[in-house]
Design a protein around this ligand. Structure first.
Ligand code: CA
Length: 180
């Protein structure tokens, strides 16, 4: 009995120590996230332009011109859906889109549709430079993608039918010039 009481006292005595260690861990993690933060997206002073992209337009014209070899970095926030409530299928997703297994579990025939970029996630944010430029995956973030040709930057959703889409994604864009 006496031994049990001693054990209990011991446990309570060490509680402040455990809390202190927990607090130190939280402070350390917060610091780490602050350090990593700018690497996960564009920092405020890096942003050259902000655009809002809706999934109902096939290719949003950002109005930003790129020359061959320039780089484009994009951070995308917000959510949109491949099919709104009226058509009743897909809850909102980020600019990373759905995974193919998730999509096919809801719609087994989905892979027979012709997506703008079939090897990228359905509902993902896509980009192209020039109206005929090669389509590239943007998702929630892309860093220093090199322009394969000169032209304007267009952004859009990886989807086949656009009229049943909803939501919007806000993109922050940074242009890196090859010369200067
Ligand atoms: Ca759709």
């Amino acid at each position: 009995m006496a031994e049990k009481e001693t054990k209990q006292r011991g446990w309570w005595t060490s509680l402040p120590g455990i809390l202190t260690q927990l607090a130190a861990l939280i402070i350390a993690l917060t610091g780490l996230l602050t350090l990593l933060g700018p690497k996960l997206g564009l920092s405020r002073d890096e942003i050259d332009a902000v655009r809002r992209i809706t999934p109902k337009e096939s290719w949003h014209d950002t109005g930003l011109w790129f020359s061959l070899g320039d780089t484009v970095s994009i951070t995308a926030d917000g959510s949109w859906t491949l099919s709104d409530e009226a058509h009743g299928k897909y809850p909102p997703t980020s600019a990373d889109g759905w995974t193919w297994p998730d999509l096919q579990s809801r719609d087994p025939a989905a892979n027979q549709l012709s997506f703008p970029k079939p090897d990228a996630a359905p509902g993902a944010l896509l980009g192209r430079i020039g109206t005929d430029g090669e389509v590239f995956l943007v998702g929630k973030h892309i860093s220093r993608h090199r322009a394969p040709a000169g032209g304007k930057l267009y952004l859009g959703i990886n989807d086949t039918r656009l009229d049943d889409n909803a939501g919007s994604i806000e993109v922050s864009i940074k242009q890196g010039k090859l010369n200067g």
